[in-house]
Structures are given as C-alpha cells and as structure tokens.
Design a protein around this ligand. Structure first.
Ligand code: ADP
Length: 485
C-alpha cells in the first residue's frame, strides 16, 4: 500500500527520513502507521533542490515537457485511485462518498485540465510598435513562472488541496516544495511516490516534505530561495505566513477561513432549502473552509426552519467514513474536538441553545466525534456566529427580508462563499451578487471545478485558486521592448 513507507521526496530521491512519526485514524484512534518526520536539514535540502531544478532542469522553459508530465501524473494517480481513496478515508476521516468527487477523483482529473490550459495558454502577447518618448519600439509581454513555490497545506481535503497547488504551479513552470499538515502525511507522501516512480518529472521539480514540526512551514515562508508561498489553512496561521514572508517580500497566496451564510428567501421551498443547508453544514463534519455555517431564514418561519433543519441534521447523524452512505464522519483529532467543544461551551454561555446535538454522540467511545449541532437563539454579533468553528455546527438566525439577509451575511470578517435559495431565480441571483464573497451557490448550484476560480474576499484570503485566474497566480509578467529597426 502507498501509505506504509511514506517517504520524503527530495531531489528525486524517496527517503525514509531519519525520524518517523505516527499517523492516526480519527474514526478509531488506531495508529495507522508511520511517516517520515523531516528535519530542518531535510527542508533545507528540498528548497535547494527546488531552486536548482528551477534554474537548471529546463522545466521552467519547456511547456511541452510540463504538459506531458502533468498528464502522466493524472493518469498514474487514476491507476492508484483505489489505494488513494483508502488513504484519504483512513487518515483524514473523510466520508468515502467525497472521494468520488472533491476529495480525490475531481482533483486528479483537474491536473489534466491544467495541462490543457498550459498547452493553449497565450504565453506571449505582441503589443506592436509604438513611439513612447519619441523612441520607436517593438513591445512584447511575456508570462513566466515565478520560481520556487512553497506549498503549505491543511488536512481537511488533502488530495484536493495538494493537487490544487501542484497542478497550476507545475503547469506554469514552477518547482514546488510541498509541506502537508502533520495529520495527513500519507496522502502527500503517496503523491511523492507516484511522481518519483511513475512520471518523467525531473528530480527536484516536486519535493514532498512531511513532518510533525510546524517550523517546516515557517522555514518555507521565510526562506529567500522560495519565491512564492501558497498557503491553505486557518486565517490565524495565514497571518503568520504573511508575516514570515514579509522579510523577503515574497508573493503570498492565501486560502483562509470562512463563516459563510446560507440565505433562505421568503419565497423559497423552506423544507428543501433547510434540508440542503443541514447536509452541507455537516458534510465531512463541517471541516471545509467554504462550508455555509450561518443559516439565515425568514423571521416569520424561524420556528419551522429550526424544526426542519434540526430533524435533517439529527437524521444524518455521524457514521463510519468507510460507509458510502456516511455524510458526517469524525473530526480530525482530539485537539480539534476540544476546540469545537470549547465553541459549544461558548455558544451556551452566550445564551444559545441546541435544537439538536451539542456534544459527543453517545456510543462512540473511540475516535474523535461531534454530533451535528444546530445552535439557536443567537444573533450575528455573538462570537459563535462570527468565528470559524470547523466542526458540524450550524448557527440558525432570522432575517427580515432580502436587504437584512444581505446585511447579516456581509457582516463578517470573512468573505469566502455563500448560498442563496429562493423561488424567483432572478431575485435570488440579485441577492447573490450583493454578497461580498468569492463564490456563491444559487439554489444548489455547484461552483467547484478546475475552471472556476475559488478564493476569498476580506480576511478569507488573497488570490484565487483554480481556473485561469488561479493559474496566473503562479506567473510573473515581463515586458520586453526592442528599438525598432
Ligand atoms: P490546523 O490548525 O488545523 O493545523 P493551520 O492553518 O494551523 O491548521 O495549518 C495549515 C498548515 O500550515 C499546516 O501544514 C501547518 O503545519 C502549517 N503551519 C502551521 N504554522 C505555520 C507557520 N507559522 N508558518 C507556516 N506554516 C505553518
């Protein structure tokens, strides 16, 4: 199985690492096995290898090689999809049904989309001749890779986020040092093994450095040999990354937290909308930055909405992530469970009540579990409604019409995503356009896709991942002017 050896990938070599650390199944608390625990020296070697590969391997200057290698990687990962599926379910506690989409199959296919984009991309533009300041000149604009990319990723969607960084960064001609979260080393290491053994990607172009020490991430953000740091994680850690990167003024690309609103308009099918809101809020135990965690419903129907949503959440319950029917699996770790329980205490102390859930599900003695929880009786100025919890916890609040719903939705330090449900599509669309967020779903529309830029307004991040906009995050722009003959 790809997981067991879990080596580092540095300069084309698969290395067991001098130290090892354990990776744990969050559904059972069982130790799954070990992964390489990189030292600072390992990280230093990885950065040096990525630098060399960028400067000397030809990767940066040969788009055709990159296109071929990315297709190869996508095909190789597809061949291993069975094993990778098991790794994700075991290590991230991700419900298996998600691996048929955003947790695995979709991001693997997206690599080929980025290959296609690199193939058809207009790398150069001819601006033609002009005579600025009286000097006739022929001008061109050339797009080039930025250089060495430090990719720092979280544990909640390991393949999706690792590949959403590798795909565009590599297609654009950069070299990468990938530093995954300590909770999910196997998913990243498996990627490294496939890169090394089944593709022609030159040594040093992709390096995978797993480890338990957060300083590995800080090294990437601070190192002058790294040109761009591409980070996905909490807003708090994103701030740290930006500070670490400031000294060398490297480019930062940040995908951070959210507290997104799900707006139900007064002409919506209340039952359908609230049931869908319940489903999305508890998917993968709410461990997704773009998950809608504030449900705004018409005041006149608040009681009814609470009843429908609570019943739907209770029915979904928690389940074994290996069961294809499970929507809400475990949370990632004891630490994360404690953090969520802290928020449940906070909700109580702020005057909130639980229409369903509110703690650990009875009978689950092993593993890290939180019941799907619906919080009632709080307003949008409570901390429970303002801070990201990253668990299956939904806050339901009343609104007094479209303007009020938009006001509440936008009254947040975050601006990642949102949802609007209404009977009149034009009205729902108008509300969607007023949300200050990077993505919005109208009546259940799915925005996820290789061609769709994803990212945040306000404190949800800087830059966009995926799509042409996401690809261009990994490019520099050079203007060349030549004196006209
Ligand atoms: P979590 O709290 O769930 O671990 P984080 O946002 O803190 O989520 O972590 C996301 C990623 O950032 C992980 O790979 C983690 O190791 C890394 N990381 C943590 N602290 C820092 C830091 N100061 N600088 C760079 N990366 C960091």
């Amino acid at each position: 199985m790809l997981g067991n050896s879990s080596p580092l990938l540095i300069d084309g070599g698969l290395l067991p690492g001098r130290h090892r650390f354990e990776t744990v199944d969050p559904a059972t608390e069982e130790v799954l096995g070990e992964a390489a625990d990189a030292t600072r020296e390992d990280m230093d070697h990885a950065i040096a290898a990525a630098r060399r590969a960028f400067d000397d391997s030809g990767w940066a200057t040969d788009p055709a090689l990159r296109v071929r290698c990315l297709r190869q990687l996508s095909e190789a990962l597809t061949r291993h999809a069975g094993e990778l599926r098991e790794l994700t379910v075991a290590e991230a506690g991700a419900p298996r049904f998600l691996t048929y989409g955003a947790q695995l199959d979709a991001p693997v296919a997206d690599l080929a989309w980025f290959a296609g984009l690199a193939e058809r991309y207009a790398w150069e533009h001819d601006l033609g001749r002009a005579s600025p300041m009286g000097m006739a000149s022929d001008r061109r604009v050339v797009r080039e890779p930025v250089g060495v990319v430090g990719a720092i990723t979280p544990w909640n969607f390991p393949h999706q986020i690792n590949l959403a960084k590798l795909g565009p960064a590599l297609a654009a001609g950069n070299t990468v040092v990938l530093k995954p979260a300590p909770d999910t080393p196997w998913c990243a290491a498996a990627l490294g093994v496939v890169v090394a053994e089944e593709t022609d990607i030159p040594p040093g172009v992709v390096n995978v450095v797993t480890g338990a020490d957060h300083v590995l991430g800080a090294m990437l953000s601070a190192d002058p040999r790294v040109d761009l740091v591409s980070f996905t994680g909490s807003t708090q850690t994103g701030r740290a990354v930006m500070r670490e990167a400031a000294e060398t003024l490297k480019r930062v690309f940040l995908e951070l937290g959210g507290k997104s609103a799900f707006i139900v308009l007064d002409d919506a099918d209340l039952r359908g909308a609230c049931s869908y809101a319940a489903f999305t809020a508890v998917t993968h135990a709410g461990q997704g930055c773009a998950i809608t965690t504030r449900l705004l419903v018409p005041r006149a129907r608040y009681g009814e909405a609470v009843e429908i949503t609570a019943a739907a959440m209770a029915k979904l319950g928690t389940g074994d992530p290996r069961d294809d029917r499970t929507v809400c699996g475990p949370v990632i770790s004891a630490r994360q469970r404690e953090r969520i329980e802290g928020y449940l205490d906070l909700a109580r102390s702020e005057g909130g009540s639980f229409a369903t859930g509110g703690g650990r599900p009875p009978g689950r003695d092993k593993g890290f579990w939180i019941e799907p929880t619906l919080v009632t009786g709080l307003t949008n100025d409570s901390r429970t409604a303002r801070e990201e919890i990253f668990g299956p916890v939904l806050v339901i609040m009343p609104h007094d019409g479209d303007d009020d719903a938009v006001r509440i939705a936008n009254d947040s330090p975050y601006g990642l995503s949102g949802a609007v449900h209404g009977g009149d599509p034009e009205r729902a669309r108008a509300v969607a356009r007023r949300l200050r967020t990077g993505t919005v779903s109208v009546n259940g529309g799915v925005w996820y896709g290789a061609d769709v830029p994803f990212g945040g307004y306000k404190q949800s991040g800087i830059g966009r991942e995926m799509g042409v906009a996401g690809f261009e995050e990994y490019l520099e722009t050079k203007a060349i002017a030549e004196i006209a003959p």
